[in-house]
Write a protein that binds this ligand. Structure first.
Ligand code: ADP
Ligand code: ADP
Length: 230
């Protein structure tokens, strides 16, 4: 069966149709890259799969359960415990340190303070910013902040990682490091990774590429499309 699934999702913003019947199934442990032209509906699809947006028609499912059939409390719990997010904006608290930001979701899940901060340090280390733990994230560079966001998503050991351009503000070497970490989690711990990207180098890490065009998933396959088409 599939762990994450979109079934005929339609979603509009006012008069603008963003998704027009998008379907996608992602088995557990698979890395799927969502690619396609700008404005084709990739981010909207990711937000629907993660239960952040509610589809107008169709449904998103997790482990066979429709997200819209869950209570808001259940969806919140799912997002806090099973899902990890690496989005471009609005996930770090700029006034808090890097270590605080990574530890916060763990503390919310009742992890002991000492364990939460030790875990935070470990992940910041793995992302090559172990020396930045005490810095406020508002003072970090874009690339450093992005790595804190990745550390924060991974520290929770989620079942699914939803990432929107996770390497967007990273140099290629650091981008590779992030993708190596995500691939390692998929291979070793069966973490499912769904990543929206324009970057063919990121897509090269995926088991499959889902190509979104005009609000539908137009193809799913192993070959990585030409980056210039994205
Ligand atoms: P990207 O393609 O880099 O992921 P975004 O998803 O941020 O870009 O935005 C894609 C398009 O959606 C852009 O044209 C943007 O103007 C539009 N958009 C995103 N968020 C909003 C919003 N809250 N209100 C209106 N338009 C939005
Ligand atoms: P992509 O991620 O492929 O760039 P999006 O899913 O961001 O595409 O956007 C798909 C369409 O929906 C675009 O026309 C975009 O402008 C519109 N859109 C996306 N988010 C919003 C929003 N929050 N408010 C209004 N329009 C949006």
């Amino acid at each position: 069966g599939s762990l994450v699934e979109a079934r005929g999702i339609q979603k509009s913003f006012g008069q603008t149709p963003a998704l027009r019947g998008a379907s996608l199934t992602v088995p557990q442990g698979e890395i799927v890259a969502i690619m396609g032209p700008s404005g084709s509906g990739k981010s909207t699809l990711l937000h629907c799969l993660a239960g952040i947006y509610t589809p107008d028609q169709g449904e998103a499912l997790f482990d066979g359960r429709p997200l819209n059939a869950m209570s808001e409390a259940e969806r919140t719990r799912l997002r806090r415990t099973a899902f990890g997010f690496v989005f471009q904006f609005g996930q770090l608290v700029p006034e808090l340190t890097a270590a605080d930001n990574v530890a916060l979701p763990l503390l919310l899940n009742r992890t002991k303070r000492k364990v939460a901060y030790k875990t935070a340090d470990t992940w910041l280390d793995k992302l090559g910013i172990g020396d930045k733990g005490g810095r406020r994230t508002g003072e970090l560079s874009g690339g450093e902040a992005q790595r804190v966001a990745v550390a924060r998503a991974l520290a929770l050991a989620p079942n699914v990682i939803f990432a929107d351009e996770p390497t967007g503000s990273l140099d290629s070497l650091t981008g590779e490091k992030v993708m190596d970490l995500l691939t390692g989690l998929a291979r070793e711990q069966g973490t499912t990774v769904i990543v929206v990207t324009h970057d063919a180098r990121v897509a090269a890490y995926a088991d499959r590429v889902a190509l979104v065009r005009d609000g539908i998933v137009s193809s799913i396959d192993l070959s990585v499309p030409d980056a210039s088409a994205a």
